[in-house]
Structures are given as structure tokens and as C-alpha cells.
Design a protein around this ligand. Structure first.
Ligand code: NAI
Length: 286
């Protein structure tokens, strides 16, 4: 039987989440996505109006189907966490059941279970500020949206992930090497995400033999990356300095996710897998 995947963090056709959805769909999986509430209307109407149709084409010529789009805000675990001003916000008031716990419950009542859980989201309100200029609030917001969001998603979806399933997140080399410009506590958030990948691999592995891995991806011109402001420079730097001197395509990350979610990767868990044209291995730029 085909597998079912829930991919959190898809709001357009430019990011890693979309590419992962495509690779999983090409491998035969049914696709459910979680879309950030403020981006939900534009994403759903663009999907409906065919704006993504060119990007939906799979290798066999068919179009990727997204079975259902769930609203999600991964910084809130349940309705008790949601402040009044967010509840009153027009964009949020227009949808319901978008906290992590409610999204998991909705998927459970619609489909019963999933096999693959993907976390492809991050947010750091002060990402353009150096760490020395980052406020406590900005730092904690980065950790909440980019690291704890994954702990929370896995915790709430674990009961409905089938035994032997797989979970994947996306990380960045700034967790372990200095990348000036990746500020606001985002480097700290990725370090936490990678450490949590190991601990969660142990806990989910012992509980349900679920594998937990993270992909350390090279630079991609996504919506989130453009907001950081240095993405073109990072892409150029990689082109010049990486062992493989080619632009990284989102599809290469998507294909790695499909491999990690498949039985071909049945002994891989707790790992940080680099999909970056080898840039991480360089000690000096040449
Ligand atoms: P993207 O913009 O396609 O994806 C980020 C998504 O996170 C967006 O859809 C946004 O709506 C969503 N989001 C933000 N806050 C949220 C919240 N509170 N609840 C739910 N969703 C929320 O950008 P990209 O770059 O594809 O990002 C996906 C992952 O890849 C992130 O973890 C990012 O850090 C990682 N990554 C990206 C790299 C790049 O160069 N683009 C390099 C290495 C890792």
C-alpha cells in the first residue's frame, strides 16, 4: 500500500517543502501539507487557480495531487497557548484547528494515520541582526518557531505515525560553523534542532521504531531565504568553493528526503545528512 506523508511548511512552489512533496509524490506517497495560517489563503487560491501547475509536473508527466491542505501555526501547541490578539487577527480568525495538537487531531480524524512526517519550516524575527544584537524575545522566538516546533510536531503526530515510519527536518550548516548574516538566534535554533534529532531518534526509535533524520541543505532561493538577505551571495560562494560547482536544486533535497523516508534507509536514524554539493567538507575557500 502507498504511504501517506504530512509536510509542514509548504506555502508556495519555491521552497524545500514543495520539492520534498514532489519527490514523495513521485515515489507514490499521498501528500498532505500544513501551511502557515497567514499564508493559507494565497496558497490555496494559487493552487486552485492553477498557478503552480507547471511546478506540479512529476517525472511521469502527471500532476502532483495535494490531498488536503491543513492550516498550521507551529508556535502554538493547543488553543490555550494562543494569545487574544492572535485569536482576534482576521487572518487567523478565518481558519480553525491550526495549533499543532488540533492539526494532528484533524489528520487523525480524516486519515487515521501517516507514515512520513516532514518539518520544513523556520522563522527568526531578528534573523538579520547579529547574535550580539539579538533580543531575548527574538532569540526565543527563533527557537520556538524553528526548533521546538519540531519537538511539538513529532510529539503530537507520533501516536498516528505508523510503526516503522520516518520523520525528516531541514537544517543549515550555520549550526556548527560561523555563517555571518544568519543571525537572530537562527544558528542556535539549528544547533538545537540537530541535537534534538539525535535524542528524538532514540525516543521515537525505541517507542515505535520510527527513524528521525535531518537534512543539512545548501543554499536555495526560497521565500524564507530571500528574507534573510544574503542568499545570492551564499549561492555564489557555493558555486565557487564547493567540490561540486553547480547550483543546488530543491529537487536534490527532495530526492534525499524520499530516500530517507524509504526502506532503502532502514538503518539510518539520528543523522545529519548533508545535501550541499559537499560545501560542508571544505576547510578553506579556493
Ligand atoms: P520556505 O519559505 O519555502 O519555507 C519556510 C516555511 O515556513 C514557509 O512556508 C512559512 O510559511 C513557514 N512557517 C514560518 N513560520 C511558521 C509557523 N509558525 N508555523 C508554520 N509554518 C511556518 O523556505 P525554505 O528555505 O524552503 O525553508 C524550509 C526549511 O529549509 C527551513 O527549516 C529552512 O531553515 C531550511 N533550510 C533552507 C535553506 C535555504 O537556503 N533556503 C538552507 C538550509 C536549510
Amino acid at each position: 500500500k502507498g504511504k501517506r506523508a504530512f509536510i509542514a511548511g509548504v506555502a508556495d512552489d519555491n521552497g524545500y517543502g514543495w520539492a520534498i512533496a514532489k519527490s514523495l509524490a513521485a515515489a507514490g506517497a499521498e501528500i498532505l501539507v500544513g501551511t502557515w495560517v497567514p499564508a493559507l489563503n494565497i496558497f490555496e487560491s494559487s493552487l486552485r487557480r492553477g498557478k503552480f501547475d507547471e511546478s506540479r509536473v512529476l517525472p511521469d508527466g502527471s500532476l502532483m495531487e495535494i490531498t488536503k491542505v491543513y492550516p498550521l501555526d507551529a508556535v502554538f501547541d493547543n488553543p490555550d497557548d494562543v494569545p487574544e490578539e492572535v485569536k482576534a487577527n482576521k487572518r487567523y480568525a478565518g481558519s480553525s484547528n491550526w495549533t499543532v495538537q488540533e492539526a494532528a487531531e484533524a489528520v487523525k480524524s480524516d486519515f487515521g494515520s501517516i507514515d512520513i512526517l516532514v518539518h520544513s519550516l523556520a522563522n527568526g524575527p531578528e534573523v538579520t541582526k547579529p547574535l550580539l544584537e539579538t533580543s531575548r524575545k527574538g532569540y526565543l522566538a527563533a527557537i520556538s518557531a524553528s526548533s521546538y516546533s519540531y519537538v511539538s510536531l513529532l510529539k503530537h503526530f507520533l501516536p498516528i505515525i505508523n510503526r516503522g515510519g520516518s520523520s525528516i527536518s531541514l537544517t543549515y550548516i550555520a549550526s556548527e560553523r560561523i555563517i555571518p548574516g544568519y543571525g537572530g538566534g537562527m544558528s542556535s535554533a539549528k544547533a538545537a534542532l540537530e541535537s534534538d534529532t539525535r535524542v528524538l531518534a532514540f525516543e521515537a526509535g525505541r517507542k515505535k521504531r520510527i527513524r528521525v533524520n535531518t537534512i543539512s541543505a545548501g543554499p536555495l532561493r526560497s521565500r524564507a531565504a530571500k528574507a534573510i538577505g544574503f542568499i545570492d551571495m551564499m549561492i555564489d560562494y557555493s558555486l565557487v568553493n564547493a567540490p561540486l560547482q553547480k547550483e543546488l536544486s530543491a529537487e536534490e533535497v527532495g530526492n534525499t528526503a524520499a530516500f530517507l523516508a524509504s526502506p532503502l534507509a532502514s538503518a539510518i536514524t539520528g543523522a545529519v545528512i548533508y545535501v550541499d554539493n559537499g560545501l560542508n567538507t571544505m576547510g578553506v575557500g579556493v
